[in-house]
Every structure is written in structure tokens, then in C-alpha cells.
Ligand binder design. Sequence first.
Ligand SMILES: Nc1ncnc2c1ncn2[C@@H]1O[C@H](COP(=O)(O)OP(=O)(O)O)[C@@H](O)[C@H]1O
Ligand SMILES: [Mg+2]
Length: 245
Amino acid sequence: MSALLEIRHVTRRFGGLVANSDVSFDVAPGEIVGLIGPNGAGKTTLFNALVGIYPPSEGEVIFNGQPIAGWKPHRIAKAGLTKTFQNVALFAESTVLDNVVTGGLVNRSLPEARALAARILDRVGLRAIADKRAGDLSFPERARVEVARALCTEPKLLLLDEVMAALTPIEMEEIITLVRGLRDEGMTFVVVEHHMKAVMKLCERLVVLNFGEKIADGTPEQITRNQKVLDAYLGAGFSTDAEAH
Ligand SMILES: Nc1ncnc2c1ncn2[C@@H]1O[C@H](COP(=O)(O)OP(=O)(O)O)[C@@H](O)[C@H]1O
Ligand SMILES: [Mg+2]
């Protein structure tokens, strides 16, 4: 049984700062893995290393059997690995539809990308705002458009970076249903999220980062009882109703 993604001893430095330190874990096809940890733990950095935005300083990344560390983001996206952006960077002057189409151009011609984008907007419930200017969207709308844009690259593995931040419980529920549905159709996910109730509901396995290092890897039940994780992140009196920081 081979992994879809193998992260092997990945270290990422920014000058003297070690943002990821010797991180290793695998993601199997069809998994929904949560990546959690305090602010500044290196979660976004690890995503950036995986998709080639800030390649690893050291270590290997094997995706779908190929060593991808050092590849350009566009090539990695074409191979089927992409991420959403935590601080959503849409083209403000373009419509929602056109923003989503840009994702589709990774693999497809413009007419194909437009058709695919329209289907994805339906799927994620954004059809009604397809012609709205991206710069006029609310924050939760922008987050959904960002998910749609990433889906339009047709990823095998999608890295979601805090897409549920600022969503209402009902909107969160919709994203959870969407992600689970896409998984049932064959996609794989790694999800960064601070809202622990959502994380526990969505993810079957959690990997915990703290100061750039992996400190735990296990089921949500194991992680919520792990003393190191409680000390570093979840804190005393942890309950899944709370939002961890
Ligand atoms: N492009 C960058 N240049 C310099 N430092 C960075 C850069 N990206 C992230 N960092 C630093 O790496 C550390 C981890 O940040 P980040 O990966 O964003 O954490 P998280 O997503 O877990 O909150 C932080 O100290 C952050 O300031
Ligand atoms: Mg982050």
C-alpha cells in the first residue's frame, strides 16, 4: 500500500529561522489528515514547501511516486498537488468565474477550463455569485472561491489552509460536507484549521506541529489525550467546543 504523499525529513529555513525542522509523515490516498499547532508552528510553511512556493531547504517530498521537492509550483499543481492560500489572493477586478477559471488553465484549454469552472461553482454553491467582482466579496465568500479555484486545478491532493476561519457554524458544516463528498469521489486532503470541533469532525488523523517540529501523529482521540499536545496547543480544560489558538 503506497502513500500518495511522503514527506521525508523536510526542513525549511528563512535565514536563521527554522520554520520546519525534520518533518516526516505520509498521507495515504483517500485520507483527510488535519495539520494542527499554534500560530507560527510552521503549518503554512510546510504547505508552501510541498507545493513549491518555498521549496524545502532539506529533505524529500514524494508525491504519487515522484520526487517533487524543487519543482516549480505550476508543475506540482499539474501533477495533482495544490493548496489554498490562507490570505486569499484573488484577482480583485475579475469575476468569481474568471478567478476559478485560472485554476483550470493548469491542465486545460480555456473553453474546457470555463466549463469545468462552471461545474465547480455549482458544486460548491457559488453559482449565484459567478459574475460578481472578486474584490466585492465577503471574507467567507472569498474563502469558498479560493477552494473552488484550487479544485479547478483537479488536484489528487488538496491542502486547505484555514478555509473555515471566519465561517459561521452552518457554513463550516457545508465545507465539511463538501470535503467529505470530494474524498468519497477519490480526493485526498490535508487540512489546517484552528477550529477544533471542525477538525475533529472532518479529520481521521491529526499531525501536530510545534516550533516547526512534528510532536504527534495519531487519531483525534489519541491527540486529545497526548500530554505534549495539550501542553503545546490544546491547553488545560480542552474541549472540542473551543477554538484553539
Ligand atoms: N516567507 C517567509 N519569510 C520569513 N519567515 C517566514 C516566512 N514564512 C513563514 N515565516 C516564519 O516561519 C514561521 C512559521 O510560520 P507559518 O508557517 O506561517 O506558521 P503557521 O502557519 O503554523 O501559523 C513563523 O515564525 C513565520 O514568521
Ligand atoms: Mg498559517
